[in-house]
Design a protein around this ligand. Structure first.
Ligand code: GRF
Length: 216
C-alpha cells in the first residue's frame, strides 16, 4: 500500500522531527516524510532533515505581507510534495483561519501539557506553578483556536518534587517522541475518525491512548 505522505513544519530544534524520521526509517512504517518546511532559516531541524535526505524549504514570514499569504505559501510547498498529513513539530507561527480550514482534519500538533490544561507558552513552567502532580503531552488536531483542537492521544508523566522546567520538559519530551510517531501511524493506517469534534482511534483500546511513562 502507498505510504501516507507527511509534511513536517518546524521552527527550531527538531527533536520531534528526528523521532518521526527515525520511525519512518522502518520499512513497515506506513508514512513517509516528503518535505520539511521551516519559517526560520537557522532552525537546527533543517539540518536534521537534510541529513536524512528530506527536501527542506524555508518560508519566511518576513517575505509575506500578512498571515494568510504566508499560510498560502506554506500550503503550496506542501501541495508540491503531495502531502496528505501536515505535522506541526515545534512550529512557532500562529496561522490565519485559512490554513486550518485548508487542511481540516489533516493538520496535527503536539503540545507539552495535558490539554486543556496549560495552553500557550512555557507550559511546563505553568504546570510547576500550578503544583500539578501529573503532566504530559497531547497530540491534537489543529483548529483556529490555539491549542484547542480535538485531542487524539495523550501521554502522562509524573511531576516530581524538585523538578525544574528543564527536568519536566525533558521527561515530557521523551513521551512526545514515543507518542507522535504512533499518532502519525494511526493516521496512515486510516484508524483516525473525527466526528462531532471528537476523535476516535479505531482498533486501539481507549486506555491505550493514555500512555503512562514507565520511568520518571
Ligand atoms: C515540543 O516541546 C513540542 O511539544 C512543542 O514544541 C517543542 C518542539 O520541540 N510544540 P522540538 O523542536 O520537536 O525538539
Amino acid at each position: 500500500m502507498a505510504k501516507l505522505k507527511v509534511g513536517v513544519l518546524i521552527s527550531g530544534r527538531g527533536s520531534n522531527l528526528a523521532a518521526l524520521i527515525e520511525a519512518a526509517g522502518a520499512a513497515d512504517y506506513p508514512a513517509e516524510i516528503t518535505c520539511v518546511v521551516s519559517n526560520k532559516a537557522d532552525a537546527p531541524g533543517l539540518g536534521i532533515a537534510a541529513a536524512a535526505g528530506i527536501p527542506t524549504t524555508l518560508v519566511s514570514h518576513r517575505d509575506h505581507p500578512d498571515r494568510e499569504s504566508f499560510d498560502r505559501a506554506v500550503s503550496t510547498e506542501l501541495e508540491r510534495h503531495g502531502v496528505g498529513l501536515v505535522v506541526l513539530a515545534g512550529f512557532m507561527r500562529i496561522f490565519s483561519p485559512w490554513f486550518p480550514a485548508r487542511w481540516a482534519d489533516r493538520l496535527i500538533n503536539i503540545h507539552p501539557s495535558l490539554l486543556p490544561a496549560f495552553k500557550g507558552m512555557h507550559v511546563q513552567r505553568q504546570a510547576l506553578d500550578a503544583g500539578v502532580r501529573v503532566s504530559g503531552c497531547t497530540a491534537h488536531l489543529v483548529t483556529p483556536d490555539l491549542d484547542s483542537g480535538p485531542i487524539i492521544a495523550q501521554a502522562a508523566v509524573p511531576v516530581l518534587a524538585g523538578d525544574t522546567e528543564e527536568s519536566l520538559s525533558a521527561r515530557i519530551l521523551r513521551q512526545e517522541h514515543r507518542l507522535y510517531p504512533l499518532v502519525v501511524r494511526w493516521f496512515a493506517e486510516g484508524r483516525v475518525n473525527i466526528s462531532g469534534g471528537k476523535v476516535m482511534v479505531q482498533g486501539i483500546a481507549c486506555d491505550a491512548t493514555l500512555l503512562f511513562s514507565p520511568q520518571p
